[in-house]
Design a binder for this molecule. Structure first.
Ligand code: AMP
Ligand code: MG
Length: 420
């Protein structure tokens, strides 16, 4: 049994360098949520010219030390215009009308906002009521990035901001890593497929579906292997099939019960275990290990691709435990397999709405509801019946994180949160 932090660090250490490195090229929008296999560089200076950030008049700042001042309007630059220096430049005593997004004409070193000016009836003079400093109200060419500068690193998962960058440098197609294939195997004699009518002691297999959704969300492709009974032979065959994917996730069968066979069968397959149990709740029985170490070992199907180490997680079968342990441990491994640059797990904080009493000894991740508004977020535990209660979890939108040494947390205290 290891602490939560030790368990998390073990996964992070093993996740280094696991990405197989296969790449594909996709249309930019199809790249949303994918991980860049190439860095995205600025194809020119950003901005490519001194860009006005206000509507107003391009002026010489030094020329406006004393205001109000009357200036001759010698031209106008709209966004999209390229001011010809022969016909449109700002000399002493002059101003050029300019719009947001337009290039600053030669001679100007500031923009005075239109709000601080009045144009003469004939439109050939402007009265400026405010002085400006040089550099005001425009962004100099190259201030955001120089041509050739790296704007997005390889290993970055594309979100809308990343898409904006790729678009702005003209990448209509991007190179991304292949999604890792993640096998999902549920175990348990009581578990039946979701379109079956369950017998009186049976339950539908919700875990394979919640896990598949989480896998997809983490950047992987889920391969659902169905349900393994609590019987060695069939369980072993399905585990072997799962180990052909990039990662295997099992649920159920990792507790102390007589029919909890997952660890035993993995042991028969010469698996190496990095932890079997973590001091957390829910999810204490969680298992992390690997099988195969580069040598072709027992238990691989003939003709299977050259073996390298395959990692697996044995997640507890209780649906809430399954979901929590996925987020805490499986997600960073999937992200690494997907080529993502590792990131540390950091909790947010919010004020506790209602005090909590609990037992010490385990780090707890309790389903909770974050509510309130604007700067006044507050969080409260969801009422739940334990780790099987998916109805409560569905009402929750985060987990409150309770350190193992705390038995009592008061109303109003700032508590760490893991968003869901
Ligand atoms: P286990 O970890 O096998 O001891 O299972 C713990 C609890 O989770 C039991 O109540 C199981 O019935 C339930 N459970 C196990 N597998 C699943 C599954 N695939 N979907 C929903 N519930 C499950
Ligand atoms: Mg079971």
């Amino acid at each position: 049994m290891v602490s939560f932090e030790e368990a998390r660090h073990l996964v992070e250490q093993h996740a280094v360098g696991v990405c197989p490195g296969d790449v594909e090229t996709v249309d930019l929008l199809a790249g949303l949520g994918r991980v860049l296999a190439e860095s995205i560089l600025a194809d020119r200076d950003f901005p490519p010219f001194d860009r006005a950030t206000r509507d107003g008049y391009a002026v010489r700042a030094a020329d406006l030390a004393a205001v109000p001042a009357r200036r001759e309007v010698v031209g106008e630059v709209k966004a999209g215009d390229w001011p010809d220096p022969a016909r449109c430049s700002v000399g002493r005593g002059q101003a050029v009308g300019i719009m947001t997004g337009a290039p600053l004409p030669r001679g100007a070193d500031a923009v005075v906002m239109v709000e601080h000016t009045s144009l003469s009836a004939a439109g050939n003079f402007v009265e400026v009521r405010r002085s400006v400093s040089a550099g005001e109200n425009f962004v100099p060419r190259g201030a955001e990035a120089r041509a050739g500068q790296r704007l997005l690193d390889r290993g970055r998962r594309l979100d809308h901001a990343g898409i904006a960058i790729a678009a702005s440098v003209g990448k209509s197609r991007v190179q991304v890593f292949r999604k890792p294939r993640v096998a999902v195997l549920s175990t348990g004699d009581e578990v039946v497929e979701i379109d079956a009518t369950p017998g009186p002691a049976q339950i539908r297999n919700s875990n394979s579906y919640s896990l598949a959704a989480q896998v997809q969300n983490a950047g992987g492709e889920a391969v659902r292997l169905g349900i393994a009974p609590d019987e060695r032979g069939r369980l072993r065959a399905l585990i072997e099939e799962g180990l052909e994917c990039d990662l295997l996730l099992l649920t159920g069968g990792v507790s102390m019960g007589k029919y909890d066979l997952v660890e035993q069968v993995l042991g028969e397959l010469k698996a190496e275990f990095y932890f079997t149990g973590a001091e957390i709740q829910p999810g204490r029985p969680v298992v992390f290990g690997s099988s195969g170490d580069g040598a072709v070992g027992e238990g691989t199907r003939a003709g299977a691709p050259a073996l390298h180490k395959k990692y697996f997680f044995g997640l507890p079968g209780n649906p809430v435990s399954t979901m929590v342990t996925f987020e805490l441990f499986a997600r960073p491994m999937i992200e690494a397999l997907a080529g993502m640059t590792p990131r540390r797990l950091a909790f947010l904080r919010a004020r506790l709405k209602t005090g909590i009493r609990t037992k010490t000894g385990l780090k707890r991740f309790l389903p909770a509801v974050l509510s309130g508004e604007f700067e006044n977020a507050e969080v409260e535990l969801a009422r739940w019946q334990g780790s099987g209660d998916i109805a409560a979890l569905a009402q929750a939108n985060c987990y409150v994180v309770i350190p193992p040494e705390r038995a009592q947390i008061e109303t109003g205290e700032w508590v760490p949160l893991l968003m869901r």
